[in-house]
Design a binder for this molecule. Structure first.
Ligand SMILES: [Mg+2]
Length: 367
């Protein structure tokens, strides 16, 4: 039987008009899709830069937002280099996703265990070799040293795969250990600003810059700054050997330890007429009608308090670099006051602090 030929009059749809459909897929997404999973950047890792100085990476492998932390939170804080990881290449500073290995094989398991026990786990690391300077040729782009650091941290986060935060201080400022700026930033980020939000007794910091002398197995520690960071925060300190390997504590040298000076003041006061209970009140006397006092201390050391409590009542005029800003203005003002017959007290940040904080240097944080 012959098939009926279809009607040719108007019942057939015309061919569809070719439309260009805009794809929502970006070339970057396509490139990411074809990358092996191990090389893809985790989308649950968020990077930011604080005050053009502090590098912060926060990783949360869970898709869901985390429950509110149960307060008070125990914080397990670690240094990074020579504590969590060591370089597996010739250069300690050649950072890449494959340029490192665990400081000890027990570390991933131990950190996961701490996470299961409810600790917030953070890495607080001085990263003076990372530059964040704007490159005018590639605005908005990370510098090569920052790219390398991020790649390395990303690979560490991926291997651990638990909620983690990384803080890297790249400048000589309030974030650099043994200063506590990274810890303060972490408290803000995790919503732990309230006074009793952190379990101080249950929290600790582990680092290799502990002020230890050379041994057969190890060089002298390059600094005591990790030990001092814990002291400045007010939490327990352990070396990686003590924390991960259960080693006995070793002797160490604080370098400069302000507590020793307070102890010495207490001893000297037991034999003088100064009341014992004012143990921290170092005596200061004005011996001549006109004197120039120069007192040095890092920001927050108490220079202003010392001036108002001790020097101002003795009639000293104050020259303060915070107010006058430049060294030249301080010198000019001091000359003027001395010429007028006044006694002058100059509070300043000692220049040698920056020298002490040079890479590989120690600390003078608490003078
Ligand atoms: Mg270290």
């Amino acid at each position: 039987m012959k098939r009926a030929t279809p009607h040719s009059t108007g019942s057939i749809s015309p061919p569809p008009i070719k439309r260009k459909i805009d794809s929502t897929t970006t070339s970057k997404a396509v490139a990411t899709f074809f990358k092996p999973a191990s090389q893809r950047p985790p989308e649950n890792l968020i990077w930011r830069i604080v005050e053009n100085s502090l590098v912060v990476g926060r990783y949360n492998p869970n898709e869901k937002t985390q429950d509110e932390p149960k307060l008070p939170v125990k914080v397990a804080a670690f240094d990074l280099d020579d504590t969590i990881i060591v370089a597996n290449t010739g250069s300690k500073w050649a950072r890449s996703p494959t340029s490192w290995k665990w400081w000890d094989q027990s570390i991933p398991g131990r950190l996961k265990q701490l996470h299961e026990e409810g600790y917030a786990i953070v890495f607080l690391s001085n990263q003076g070799n990372v530059s964040l300077k704007d490159n005018p040729k590639s605005l908005q782009k990370d510098t090569p040293s920052l790219v390398n650091l991020k790649n390395q941290i990303t690979s560490i986060f991926r291997q651990l795969d638990i909620p983690l935060s990384f803080y890297g201080a790249t400048a000589q400022d309030r974030f650099r250990k043994p200063r506590t700026g990274m810890w303060d930033e972490m408290l803000d980020d995790l919503g732990l600003q309230a006074e009793d939000a952190v379990d101080v007794d249950g929290s600790f910091y582990v680092g290799d810059a502990a002020g230890r002398a050379k041994t057969d197995q190890r060089n002298k520690d390059h600094a005591p700054s990790d030990r001092h960071l814990a002291a400045n925060i007010g939490i327990r300190f352990q070396t990686p050997e003590e924390f991960f390997l259960g080693a006995a504590p070793e002797p160490y040298d604080h370098g400069f330890d302000p507590l020793r000076h307070l102890e010495r003041a207490e001893i000297s006061q037991t034999s003088s007429e100064v009341p014992k209970d004012s143990s921290t009140a170092m005596t200061f006397t004005k011996n001549d009608p006109q004197e120039l006092v120069i007192f040095c201390g890092s920001p927050g050391a108490g220079k202003s308090t010392f001036f108002w409590d001790v020097l101002e009542p003795l009639g000293y005029e104050r020259v303060n670099q915070d107010i006058l800003k430049t060294r030249d203005r301080c010198i000019k003002k001091t000359r003027e006051l001395l010429a007028a017959g006044s006694s002058v007290a100059v509070g300043t940040i000692p220049l040698f602090i920056s020298a002490f904080h040079a890479p590989g240097g120690g600390q003078v944080e608490t003078n």
